[in-house]
Design a protein around this ligand. Sequence first.
Ligand code: PEP
Ligand code: MG
Length: 582
Amino acid sequence: MTIAFQGVSVSRGIAIGHVHIIQHDQLDIREYQIRSTRLEDEIQRFNDAIANARQQLRAIRDHIPVSTSVDIAAFIDTHLLMLEDNALTEEPKRIIKERLCNAEWALKLQRDALVNVFEEMADAYLSTRQDDVDHVVNRILRVLLKQTPLLHEVADDHLKNKVIFADDLTPADTVMMQHYGIAAFATEYGGPTSHTAILARSLGIPAIVGLHNSLRFVKNNDMVVIDGSTGTVLVEPDKVILNHYEKRQREFKRYYTSLGRLKNAPTRTQDGIDIELMANIELPKDFDNVRDVGAKGVGLYRTEFLYMNRESPPDEEEHFETYMEVMKALRGLPLTIRTLDLGADKQVDGVGRQYGQSRSNPALGLRAVRLCLKEPELFRPQLRAIIRASAHGPIRIMIPMLTNMQEMQQVLMMIDEIKSDLDDEQIDYDHEIPIGGMVEVPASAICADIFANQLDFLSIGTNDLIQYTMAIDRVNDEVNYLYDPLHPAVLRLIQMTIKAGDKAGIPVAMCGEMAGEIEHTRLLLGLGLRQFSVHPASLLEIKKIINDSNVSEIKRLANKALKAKTGPEVQLMLKKKFPDTI
Ligand code: PEP
Ligand code: MG
């Protein structure tokens, strides 16, 4: 029997494949007594689990692709070393003997004891060691409990063409996915603009989130269809359904291949308005895609991915070399580097933990430019590297999450200091390097005129702008239903920002997910948007819609939309006028 689920579509396309389940849920560890005659067997079971965990780690280390950050190897070496440490290999055996308890319980008691020691040390760095203890202990526990290892705990070739089902996936998991040739993923939690979702789009694999309770109905190796366009999952499809989706999969492929002919065409509306279409990038593999789809440059380079899965932040040289590498791949196209936006939804294993991410309400806390200004040792090396790299190609600096002008002034002062240091050191840089800011908080959209008068460009980050306007945590699936790019408040803030930019004579782009959603392209053109920055995977589709549009015709519709009372009302207007894209 075929079972169907409906979730929230976050990355389009059709995938057909076998399920691989990953569950991060707390492991259920219970104590039970063992007879003294079984003591040796229990100790042997524990020794075998340690050996198995070691084998898993070595297999992963041997499969790390050369393009991966070296720190991932260091991460795994640390875990291998921990598996040699008596605290984890011998002490649990002592507990088994003393309490005559099962190996899982003994390991849990030892884990708690170790974590208590770390907590008492109250040292930010050592608190990251707690995570390492948990990673290693959980790996051993999963072997003891005969559970499937987590995504990043298995060597790559197991997962080729699999459809990953998980309760949730961290961005770090998703980054690892690019190496595994995964066909698609589906999660119980997560929102459409979570970083995991954004990464799925950039990897170009279909993905669905918000599939509550689905894990109760699928098992490993079930055959599934993932329709990333509608958010539908079909488990064990019958022959008729399968044929239908195989046909749709072929059509989808044909459609994408046909878009290829637009690669070198100008991005120009039917009434002759030129639009700048740029790309968003985050992972090294995206660099080449920018040219492949004919983007006019990079409108958003998310640099927090440089900080992922590692123990210490990158230094100035690593930043510099990375930017030089990106510029090499771009061969002269302009590059907009968004400075570090760590915190809230952008959690990274290891280094991020050191920078105050554990408070409640993280989305309203110390993230992005706020964190950077508080931790100049994190910010300064990045700014210096960007400014140095500007001597070698067209670079723009983009500051995320601006809230008030004082913040911006602090950043501008820091940039001036760096420039003056570089002058002293006789290091070359672009003295006119453009500095812009992201409009992601209603405060900066409402006061966009103030920012526009001080900056060289603005870019609207709708993922955050919608989160903060609607007061919904973008990764909380329980409030997903309030995520509405067409809400009159959102449309008005977008229009205010575009107008402020026009008045000050500076460009305004949009680099949030809304810019890459085909159902919104025409409305954004009508609201006056002339620069879009989208994932390379959706760029040609957006170009097609722009090239088929007539701005003077849509302007009237945009004005009507601004007067609408609700998002669905706007959606209906769009649907009536453009039935093909909704
Ligand atoms: C945004 O908020 O729209 C944006 C582009 O930034 P990020 O998704 O990285 O927070
Ligand atoms: Mg943002």
